[in-house]
Design a protein around this ligand. Structure first.
Ligand code: THU
Length: 154
């Protein structure tokens, strides 16, 4: 793991980070995930202070399903194009389980986060809930997507 990746105890989170994670947890309860049983919640903090949230939404034609992170970032871009997303939280829970599962954004979501960072010219801090309750804080998608498509295209 790179040194830019911090692992925080729950009590080390500030109030904004806590609020964002709580928002992601609460929306994960509304996931539509009948095929995987994996309920994901994602919440984004915009520069204007607004918090938006989404769960994953699956489809019987599996590739048509959409991850929570991509849905919330798409909604943010479509409705608040003037306000940069600055922080994104993601949490997950398996159907029927009480404890939280660890989840890290998939490859397509990483590419989507990268696009939003480029669009607004700002890194997005990522908060990832681990199954032990600690939170990984990552100061931008470049740490999860080294040598990405556009890195050599300057
Ligand atoms: N999923 C997300 O919503 N976000 C992730 O970061 C990983 C995976 C969803 C996709 C699918 O609905 C389910 O979790 C199982 O892969």
């Amino acid at each position: 793991m790179s040194s830019e990746l911090e692992e925080l105890l729950p009590e080390e989170l500030n109030s904004t980070e806590r609020e964002l994670l709580e928002s992601a947890k609460s929306v994960s309860k509304r996931a539509y995930a009948p095929y995987s049983g994996f309920h994901v919640g994602s919440a984004v903090l915009l520069e204007n202070g607004q918090i938006l949230q989404s769960s994953n939404q699956e489809n019987v034609s599996f590739p048509a399903g959409v991850c929570a992170e991509r849905l919330v970032l798409g909604y943010a871009g479509a409705n608040f194009p003037e306000s940069a997303p600055v922080m994104l939280a993601v949490v997950a829970q398996r159907r029927g389980e009480e404890e939280w599962a660890g989840v890290s954004p998939c490859g397509i979501c990483r590419q989507t986060i990268n696009e939003v960072e480029n669009r607004f010219g700002k890194p997005i801090t990522l908060l990832i809930l681990k199954s032990d309750g600690n939170v990984l804080r990552i100061p931008g998608i470049s740490h999860l997507l080294p040598l990405k498509f556009d890195d050599l295209n300057q």
